[in-house]
Design a protein around this ligand. Structure first.
Ligand code: F6P
Length: 343
C-alpha cells in the first residue's frame, strides 16, 4: 500500500475534514501518500486532485464542510464516466480509494469493485440513514443545530402564543426530525416513517391550549407525508444524477392548513442548509477521527468493499453490500413511540 485516493461526495456536513485529517495522519505513519480528489467523483472523472500531507490537514480538525469540495456527480451516469474513473485510478498508481459520503457516494464505491477498484467507505450524512452503523459523521452536528434552533423558537413562540412549524432535512428518513425534536422538546414531531393527519395535529394543539399552553412547536421532516396527499412535497421536478428531486415546502403546506383550522398565529422556519454548516461537534470530530484511522487501516490490511461503522460504541468494519442493501436505516418503533410519551 503506497498510495490512497480520498473523495468526499454528496451533501457535506461538519466532521468530514476531521476524517480526512485522520486518514492522512494514520497513512503517514506507514509512509503512504494520500491524493485528495476534488468535488466528489467528478475529481476522478477529470483527474483533478491535490496532494494531502500533514501540512494540508493542519488545523482542519474542527472545521465544517469539506476541504476537497463535493458534488453529486455519478460516474455510472455514462459509460465514459466509469472508464475515466478507472483510467485516473490506474494512471496515478492508486492502490485504494476511501470514499466519504452517504448511500449514493458509497454505492458508487461498491460498484467500482467490478472495475478493479479497491475501495473503503466512511459514512457521512446528516440524514443518518445508512444502515449497519449507529451514527454517520455529521448527524450529531446537525442535531446540535436543530436543538439550538428549537430552543430559540420556544422563547418567541410562548411570547407570541404562536404555533411554530420547523422544517428539517433528512430526505426520506426521520432521524434528524425525531432526535432533534426530542432533544428540543417539540410538542409534535412528524417524520416520513409515519404519514400524519391534520386532525391529530389540531387535536394535540387544542389539548395543549386547554391546559393553558398557548404555543406549540411542530417539527416536520422535509420528507414527511400528509395522509391525504400520500406523497412528498418537492421543489421543482429536476432530479440530481442519482435520481433525487429536492424536497422542500412541507412546512409551509402544513402551516397553511393549520391557519385554516386553528384560531392561532402560525409561523414557519426552514432550517435548511444551516443544519449542514459550521463547525463539527466534539462527538463528530471523534467519530470522524476514529473512522478515518480505521479506514486507513482497512486499506493497509487489504480489507476492501467495507465501510467503517459505529456499533455499541466500537468502530468496526461492515460489508458495504450489507449496508447498501439495508439502507435507508429504518427507525425502530420503540424510538418512534418515544414521541408519544412527551405529547
Ligand atoms: O443528504 C443530505 C441532505 O442535506 C438531505 O437532508 C437533503 O434532502 C439534501 O441533502 C439536500 O441536497 P442538496 O444539497 O443537493 O440541496
Amino acid at each position: 500500500m503506497k498510495k490512497i485516493g480520498v473523495i468526499t461526495g454528496g451533501g457535506d456536513s461538519p466532521g468530514i475534514n476531521a476524517a480526512i485529517r485522520a486518514i492522512v495522519k494514520r497513512a503517514n505513519l506507514d509512509g503512504i501518500d494520500i491524493l485528495g480528489f476534488k468535488d466528489g467523483w467528478a475529481g476522478l472523472i477529470k483527474n483533478d486532485w491535490q496532494e494531502l500531507g500533514l501540512k494540508e490537514v493542519s488545523g482542519v480538525l474542527p472545521s465544517g464542510g469539506t476541504l476537497l469540495g463535493s458534488s453529486r456527480t455519478n460516474p455510472f451516469k455514462t459509460e465514459e464516466g466509469v472508464s475515466k474513473v478507472k483510467e485516473t485510478y490506474k494512471k496515478n498508481g492508486l492502490d485504494a480509494l476511501i470514499a466519504i459520503g452517504g448511500d449514493d457516494t458509497l454505492g458508487v464505491a461498491h460498484k467500482l469493485k467490478d472495475y478493479g477498484i479497491k475501495a473503503v467507505g466512511i459514512p457521512q450524512t446528516i440524514d443518518n440513514d445508512l444502515a449497519e452503523t449507529e451514527f454517520a459523521i455529521g448527524f450529531d452536528s446537525a442535531l446540535a443545530r436543530v436543538t439550538e434552533a428549537i430552543d430559540g423558537l420556544h422563547t418567541t413562540a410562548y411570547s407570541h402564543h404562536r404555533v411554530m412549524v420547523v422544517e428539517v432535512m433528512g430526505r426520506d428518513s426521520g432521524w434528524i426530525g425525531l432526535f432533534g425534536g426530542l432533544a428540543g422538546g417539540a410538542d409534535i414531531i412528524l417524520v416520513p416513517e409515519e404519514p400524519y393527519t391534520i386532525k391529530e395535529i389540531k387535536k394535540r394543539i387544542e389539548e395543549r391550549r386547554a391546559k393553558g399552553k398557548n404555543f406549540s412547536i411542530v417539527v416536520i421532516s422535509e420528507g414527511a407525508k400528509p395522509i391525504e396527499l400520500d406523497q412528498q412535497i418537492t421543489k421543482g421536478t429536476e432530479a440530481d444524477e442519482f435520481g433525487h428531486v429536492r424536497l422542500s415546502g412541507i412546512g409551509h403546506y402544513l402551516a397553511d392548513q393549520l391557519r385554516e383550522i386553528l384560531n392561532m398565529d402560525v409561523r414557519v422556519t426552514r432550517l435548511a442548509y444551516l443544519q449542514r454548516g459550521g463547525q463539527a461537534t466534539p462527538f463528530d470530530r471523534l467519530l470522524a477521527t476514529r473512522f478515518g484511522v480505521l479506514a486507513a487501516e482497512l486499506c493497509i490490511n487489504g480489507d476492501f468493499d467495507e465501510m467503517t461503522a459505529l456499533k455499541a460504541s466500537k468502530v468496526v468494519p461492515v460489508e458495504l453490500e450489507k449496508v447498501l442493501s439495508k439502507s435507508p436505516k429504518p427507525i425502530d418503533k420503540k424510538l418512534l413511540d418515544l414521541r408519544k410519551i412527551f405529547y
